[in-house]
Ligand binder design. Structure first.
Ligand code: CP3
Length: 342
């Protein structure tokens, strides 16, 4: 079925558009009262694992604001779970993995699962969401980058430095690469299954890529993201978002990805320069700027579009939306894009 509002898919292809499309990373989240109402009743992984809840949470921000794309409510950590690594989501703490991976013996125990079995609930959530969206807008599927998943698997929780994850890579590189390859193989079959289940594009979140030096980034992160792009690019459009990874934009632009995410520490001009001006870019509003008054947000969004240019561009934040953003400020962000006149 053709998607009625295909602005987002056309922008990914680099086609000329009336205005750029808009969505927000983590748009289904805690800044929405209707999200909090569901969160009060069900714990995190119950929300992920129940197709009716996951699909409902996915469409909540769409109903309220009318973004040009929906992103499936789920989490990047369903992958380690499916690989038989225990992952908990602790309230007011975040992800917690009680048995972190610290050796080759630990890596040997990690399974590359049959994703259609272990992650069937995600495929059902996609089907339920497609049913609710009625082909009005595209649905984005996602996965964490292998490096970002390794960060949690080894560190065991969030971190400002991911020192234990880096120590594992730099003292046991062979074990680290074995783990990264297992995560990559799982992620490829997972994203392929998501495409088959109906998502219209996929995004790889390399949230912690910016923890690595440019050389280490090539070895421990990019090498595996490139495998994912190679495996997926003939089936769907792939967006790569590397937080803090402006230094890699040049390589990323030659990778076969349809679009690249940019965070707010890289200017539009620099991002266009580094990528050669040909590839679609996505970003890069500072999420904390959504705390400015609505009229300031609107001005800044218009300026941001003018700096990136209306074509080959997807309006987004430079990282996930913060829980303390007022609902009317998120509305100002979306409305400013819809009201944009070249
Ligand atoms: O974008 C969306 O609306 C889709 C949903 C989505 C979630 N997580 C839901 C979620 C997406 C795309 C993610 C990806 C994700 N998860 C990333 C990559 C993106 C990024 O922000 O860098 C990462 C690093 C994770 C791991 C993760 N999950 C963390 C660090 C946390 C805790 C964060 C916090 O602010 O508490 C989670 C939990 C989580 N995943 C929440 C949501 C809405 C909040 C907790 C809850 O709802 O109970």
């Amino acid at each position: 079925m053709k998607i009625k509002n295909d602005l987002f898919l056309r922008a990914l292809k680099g086609e000329t558009v009336e205005r750029p499309p808009v969505w927000m990373m983590r748009q289904a989240g805690r800044y929405l009262p209707e999200f909090m109402a569901i969160k009060e009743k069900y714990d995190f992984f119950t929300r992920c694992r129940t197709p009716e809840l996951a699909s409902e949470i996915t469409v909540q921000p769409i109903r309220r604001y009318g973004m040009d794309a929906a992103i499936l409510f789920s989490d990047i950590l369903v992958i380690p779970q499916a690989m038989q690594i225990e992952v908990q989501m602790k309230p007011d703490f975040g992800p917690y993995l009680p048995n972190p991976i610290r050796s080759q013996i630990d890596v040997d125990k990690v399974l590359v699962p049959d994703v259609n079995e272990e992650l069937d609930y995600v495929m059902q959530a996609i089907a339920a969401t497609k049913e609710k969206l009625q082909d009005e807008i595209p649905l984005i599927g996602f996965a964490g980058s292998p490096w970002t998943i390794l960060c949690y698997c080894v560190q065991g929780q969030g971190s400002k430095t991911f020192d234990k994850a880096k120590e594992f890579c730099f003292t046991q590189p062979e074990a680290a690469h074995n783990l990264l390859q297992k995560i990559t193989d799982t992620t490829i079959s997972y994203l392929k299954a998501k495409v088959k289940a109906g998502v219209n594009a996929v995004q790889v979140f390399d949230s912690w890529g910016g923890m690595l030096s440019p050389n280490d980034y090539k070895e421990y992160s990019w090498y595996y993201i490139q495998q994912i792009i190679d495996a997926l690019k003939d089936e769907t459009q792939v967006i790569v978002f590397g937080k803090g990874c402006w230094f890699a934009l040049g390589d990323m632009a030659k990778s076969g990805a349809a679009a690249l995410g940019v965070d707010w520490t890289c200017s539009a001009r620099n991002a266009r320069y580094l990528t050669g001006g040909k590839i679609t870019l996505q970003g890069n509003f500072d999420p904390a700027r959504l705390l400015s008054p609505p009229e300031v947000i609107k001005k800044m969004v218009t300026q941001m579009i003018n700096e990136f240019g209306k074509d080959k561009y997807v309006v987004n934040l430079g990282h996930g939306i913060l829980p303390n953003v007022p609902v009317e400020n998120a509305k100002a962000f979306i409305d400013a894009v819809k009201e944009y006149k070249p």
